[in-house]
Design a protein around this ligand. Structure first.
Ligand code: GDP
Ligand code: MG
Length: 180
């Protein structure tokens, strides 16, 4: 097959509780910076990033414009804005904070809320803040078991050090291109 010149636009969402590091992961991925200050997301923010991945079906390089949707994760959001936020999303990063067991359990509700609008889409489960070794309460295996229930991969990430951040987005994009 001839390489495709056409640039595909792909909407992906980040879900997970307030404070798990969604905005930080996006900033690290797009701008390659990290800030310890809390950067509250006001409503919804969309960040664009142009990337090139290998089309998993043809092996040809594929240009992709990623539209990364970030949210202010108030629980009330789940009812009020969720349809607009999730509408048209082709994939998602489901993020928990490895220092909070609760944040992993909450992902069940986030995934449920999302798939009510999107149907079954590829998800990559992330255990963020893996740099905080002393405070870690969630092990990789816990996230993996959780992810397996959704036939999804799991990764430990750190928006602070950059560990696995690029990998997380690339894994998601390749997975969803495969499913297309
Ligand atoms: P959000 O509410 O999910 O968007 O979370 P933020 O991205 O705003 O992050 C919440 C807080 O956690 C901020 O103070 C960040 O600096 C911090 N944070 C985010 N990611 C990491 C990480 O990987 N490691 C560490 N140590 N702190 C992080
Ligand atoms: Mg945020």
């Amino acid at each position: 097959m001839a390489p495709s010149d056409e640039t595909r636009k792909i909407k992906v969402c980040l879900v997970g509780d307030v404070g798990v590091g969604k905005t930080s992961l996006i900033r690290r991925y797009v701008l390659d910076v990290f800030d310890d200050k809390y950067i509250a997301t006001i409503g919804t923010k969309v960040t664009k990033k142009e990337i090139e991945v290998k089309d998993p079906k043809t092996g040809a390089p594929q240009k992709v414009v990623l539209l990364v949707w970030d949210i202010m994760g108030q629980p009330s959001f789940r009812e009020v804005l969720r349809e607009a936020y999730f509408y048209g999303a082709e994939g998602a990063l489901a993020v928990c904070d490895v220092t909070s067991k609760e944040s992993l359990g909450e992902l069940r509700y986030w995934v449920k809320a999302m798939t009510a609008t999107t149907g079954k889409i590829p998800i990559v489960f992330l255990g963020n803040k893996c740099d905080l070794r002393e405070e870690t309460r969630v092990q990789y295996q816990d996230i993996e078991v959780f992810a397996k229930k959704h036939d999804s991969p799991a990764l430990l990430t750190s928006a602070k050090t950059g560990y696995n951040v690029e990998q997380a987005f690339t894994t998601l994009v390749e997975k969803l291109l495969q499913n297309r």
